[in-house]
Write a protein that binds this ligand. Sequence first.
Ligand SMILES: CC(C)(COP(=O)(O)OP(=O)(O)OC[C@H]1O[C@@H](n2cnc3c(N)ncnc32)[C@H](O)[C@@H]1O)[C@@H](O)C(=O)NCCC(=O)NCCS
Ligand SMILES: Nc1ncnc2c1ncn2[C@@H]1O[C@H](COP(=O)(O)OP(=O)(O)OP(=O)(O)O)[C@@H](O)[C@H]1O
Length: 208
Amino acid sequence: MRIGLTGGIASGKSTVSLYLASLGIEIIDGDLLAREVLVLYPEILAYLKDTYGDLIFLEGQLDRRALGRIIFQDEKKKKAYLDVIMPKIIEEARKRLKKAKGSFVVLDAALLFEEGLDQDVDVTVTVFVPYEVQIKRLLQRDPLTVSEAVSRIQSQMPLEEKRRRANHVVDNSGSREETYQQINEILKSLGFGEIKGQEIEKKKKEEK
Ligand SMILES: CC(C)(COP(=O)(O)OP(=O)(O)OC[C@H]1O[C@@H](n2cnc3c(N)ncnc32)[C@H](O)[C@@H]1O)[C@@H](O)C(=O)NCCC(=O)NCCS
Ligand SMILES: Nc1ncnc2c1ncn2[C@@H]1O[C@H](COP(=O)(O)OP(=O)(O)OP(=O)(O)O)[C@@H](O)[C@H]1O
């Protein structure tokens, strides 16, 4: 069973992924793949150096926040960058989905629907929060200005649309525990075995 997990920025994908991993499910993390392909394919960094140079490189190191500031505010620049990086991410994601050994595997991808990766999984799950919760959590977590946070949210497919398109929706506006319970229900409906209460207790302790 291949599960495609998606959502908006700071809607709670990683929180859900971590919980699924604690149940022993393999996670393929799209954000991690985006970092890995930069190492695997030097031509991507070469493209970024040629296009933006010192604007996004500090002492030879890619400044991800600076790149984000540019591409999340300019649709054309975002598309040009995604045209370079996404084929590699998609290729890696497909390889890992094929190699996955367990009976359940999760592909955690912000761009699951945008990039057609929903076609590579059996079922899709959107982690949803209302806009006010999303922006509050984003600003609490990341060192962004309000306008940077708004432009990141606006550069994504509306979370409402991701909610409509998914087979299952997790509402992550309540407590983490409420979210884990919703995941348990979804897993049950997909034929995952019994989930013991201590898994949730264990996660609660880790978070304290
Ligand atoms: C632009 C980059 C360098 C900014 O890095 P930064 O560390 O500041 O942010 P981070 O990677 O944590 O992303 C923040 C959030 O935006 C989402 N996101 C990433 N890229 C995009 C995009 N092109 N469009 C919409 N959302 C995106 C991420 O999944 C995450 O939810 C980076 O996000 C990137 O390389 N993105 C392009 C490819 C990608 O990550 N795709 C997601 C995997 S499917
Ligand atoms: N139910 C919750 N209650 C309170 N805080 C939460 C809850 N779920 C997530 N958070 C917090 O909100 C922030 C965003 O969550 P998380 O990092 O899981 O989102 P994400 O969708 O993976 O984000 P991104 O794609 O931007 O990496 C984090 O700081 C996380 O600790």
